[in-house]
Design a protein around this ligand. Structure first.
Ligand SMILES: Nc1ncnc2c1ncn2[C@@H]1O[C@H](COP(=O)(O)OP(=O)(O)OP(=O)(O)O)[C@@H](O)[C@H]1O
Ligand SMILES: [Mg+2]
Length: 276
């Protein structure tokens, strides 16, 4: 049973973080995309990253698993400093994370089975074991019967669920979701958010999720996944999930880090404008 959320009282926040950014900056050719960004993700925590288009949300996710390197600052992933770590050392850490890329990014030339198994295929795992794990991951996203299909025959929502199955295939210790509902209609988006919630509440996997849809963020805060009913159910009125909190970027800076309560009551003009 979830305890009522109290501002500033996050039960997970005292544990060693799964991810910690300290004063991270990165630029490409022009002005800095991220400047002096610091935040952390504690075990069991879901952090929802908000911000306008082009503000650096995808860049922040790619920094988290070392797909990009910062110009300045420190990034700890599972307690290890990764900002200058050689790729061969980073690889095993990255395999402990699961990433749902923006737009899903499935390979159209590969079957659903091979898309989901993608990370396992290079590891010389026997085919029948791969099949078992793919079936398990597809069962989680309720798409077992798509095993032999190709992505082109799936709807947008189904493709996104396959992308989630792919991210879960190694039972990751951290999930990175980049706009998992982007471009989907509200009803399909709700089915994707239900999966994110199921992963949060059944497996307690910490996560960092980018979304453009405030509705997704509010649903995650105000509902829990009920295993018996196999669906999301609203929390009692006035309660929010204490482990689901927010980050907001604006012009390269992290301008908000806190609870739903603090977000709604923020006096920051960018936050207020974003919420409207
Ligand atoms: N590999 C790269 N090389 C050069 N510039 C990049 C690279 N990746 C991102 N950028 C630039 O960094 C800025 C932030 O990009 P990013 O993709 O993180 O935005 P975003 O917040 O995810 O936007 P959206 O909401 O549209 O997905 C953009 O100006 C983008 O052009
Ligand atoms: Mg993006």
């Amino acid at each position: 049973m979830n305890a009522p959320a109290t501002p500033g009282n996050n039960p997970a926040a005292d544990l060693p973080p799964v991810v910690a950014f300290r004063n991270v900056s990165i630029a490409f050719d022009g002005p800095p995309v991220l400047q002096d960004v610091s935040f952390s993700v504690a075990p069991g925590e879901t952090r929802i990253l908000l911000g306008p288009a082009g503000v650096g949300k995808s860049v922040l996710l790619k920094l988290t698993n070392g797909l990009l390197r910062p110009d300045q600052g420190s990034i700890l992933l599972f307690g290890e400093e990764i900002s200058h770590m050689p790729e061969e050392q980073l690889f095993p850490l990255r395999t402990r994370t699961g990433m749902v890329f923006q737009e899903g990014a499935l390979f159209d030339s590969l079957s659903v089975r091979d898309n989901v198994a993608f990370q396992l295929i290079s590891e010389r795992i026997p085919d029948d074991e791969i099949d078992t794990r793919v079936h398990e991951a597809l069962r989680f996203v309720q798409l077992e019967d798509t095993f032999a299909l190709y992505p082109s025959s799936l709807s947008g929502g189904m493709r996104r669920r396959v992308a989630i199955a792919r991210a879960l295939i190694r039972q990751p210790e951290l999930l990175l979701y980049d706009s998992p509902t982007g471009g989907l209609d509200p009803v399909t988006s709700a089915t994707i958010i239900e999966l994110v919630m199921k992963e949060r509440d059944v497996y307690r996997t910490p996560s960092l999720m980018v979304t453009h849809r405030l509705q997704d963020a509010f649903t995650l805060c105000t509902h829990r996944f009920d295993e018996e009913q196999n669906r999301m159910v609203p929390l009692p009125k006035g309660q929010t999930d204490p482990n689901t909190t927010f980050l907001m970027l604006e012009e390269g800076h992290l301008i908000f880090d806190g609870s739903l309560h603090d977000l709604i009551h923020s006096q920051n003009p960018f936050v207020r404008e974003f919420l409207q």
